[in-house]
Design a protein around this ligand. Sequence first.
Ligand code: ZN
Ligand code: ZN
Length: 338
Amino acid sequence: MELAISFIGTAGAVPTPSRGLSATLVQRGGDRFLVDCGEGTQRQLIRAAVGITQIQRILLTHYHADHFFGLFGMFKTWQLWGRTEPVEIYGPRGLTEMMDMFRRLIGKTDFSQQWREVSPGQTLDFEGYQIQAIATEHRIASCGYLFVENPRPGQFSPERASALGIPAGPMFGTLQHGQTVVTPEGKEVRPDDVMGPSRGGRRIVITGDTRPCQAVVEAARGADVLIHEATFLGDDKERAQETSHSTAAEAAAVARAAGVRLLALTHLSFRHSSREVLAEARGAFEPCVLPNDFDRIVVPFPEKGMPYLVKHGAQEDPAGLSPEASAAPPARSDARRR
Ligand SMILES: [Zn+2]
Ligand SMILES: [Zn+2]
């Protein structure tokens, strides 16, 4: 199953000509969840051509303006486009107040909204994966998120199956689906006899704004991808402390301590060049990338290779001419008019 992370907005605090405010889209098969939704996210999603209406869940890391102001406009657009699919919104302490503010500003919507406050350590179960809220250290209530797939069955060994007298064919599939088979000679063979040990699912951690912290190291241990904020360079270490952010070197130190496979830096300040930020992080942790808006990281199963960055990967149609990317609402009879 395809697992990919699209970088929709990678700027810290204020947008720049090339970077929008915080928003990261995780796609696993048909599931899409958006982590943070800074102002302008809906336009970024439309430009990216990844589909704005198919988002089922929004996870907020905290309630600084650059991480959630985009929700209002996106909800309004969904209402105008006649969305009927429900949406779930998760976030740390303070989400109830957000919901009240929403009700006043947006009014009633034709799609149902489920708002759910989460606390660090809490796990949410979904079909095939879990999302866990992680403690982070910012100036207000905040959390990051660990996405982890359910364990996969071990690798099937056709050689071992043949040696046990199972003819190649449908019985191989039966064993791989966890059922016992009987060989033509009448011998019972259990899945455990021909399958290796179960394999852990893929893991992605998204920190949101934070100081480097141990809870993130623990959650990210052995993760495929750690997406860590890197608002400052080492020269601005004091400022990073004062504002509860991280430097590129600090983000890299977290990645190294956790032994992640790939570090992706985001929430970049307009004060620093991407080149400097990346160089500082790579000094401490080499497998590190710095995505631009609309880049995508593809996360294969570990045995298939390393996670890798695809430049403009979130823009399936670079010209922005796909129906989803056009400014017009989807052709639906129930689309509302202003
Ligand atoms: Zn921020
Ligand atoms: Zn913040």
